[in-house]
Design a protein around this ligand. Structure first.
Ligand code: MN
Length: 145
């Protein structure tokens, strides 16, 4: 989903979240934000092509190999969002507390519509992670090594 879709779901007069722009420099940072919304989840975001490609991971990313977690593709977020911590006000989309849980850099090993393989170099998450599309917005994520 696109950045426009992200903006449509939010009222930037009420929410402190960045409005943001797509940027041209292609860096390769990632972030995992802990998001205490109505349901606690973790938002996994990879900087790519000027936006943050994003998934909501209800149980969080696995730290060890052998654990598979559901990851639901959500709308791209602006790159400015990468450092965002704060409170999304009541009544807004995703209302609740957002905090950075882990961040770092990543490298792409494979990126297509069905499979994404990356190497994460974070404070908590390190190693090879694979996302497999299981249909529609649903993916599974696991640590390979
Ligand atoms: Mn979220």
């Amino acid at each position: 989903m696109t950045l426009e879709e992200y903006r449509k779901t939010r009222d930037f007069k009420k929410s402190p979240e960045p409005f943001g722009e797509a940027v041209k420099i292609d860096a390769s940072r990632f972030v995992v934000q802990r998001h205490q919304a109505r349901q606690l989840h973790y938002d996994f975001r990879l900087e790519r092509e000027g936006v943050l490609k994003s998934w909501a991971v209800p149980k969080g990313l696995p730290i060890n190999p052998g654990v598979k977690r559901l990851a639901v593709s959500v709308e791209d977020h602006p790159v400015d969002y990468i450092g965002f911590s704060g409170t999304i006000p009541d009544g807004g989309y995703g209302a609740g507390e957002v905090g950075v849980w882990d961040k770092g850099n990543y490298r792409v090993l494979k990126w297509d519509t069905k499979e994404i393989a990356v190497v994460l170099e974070g404070q908590i998450l390190n190693g090879n992670y694979v996302l497999i599309n299981t249909g529609g917005k649903n993916w599974i994520i696991f640590k390979k090594t």
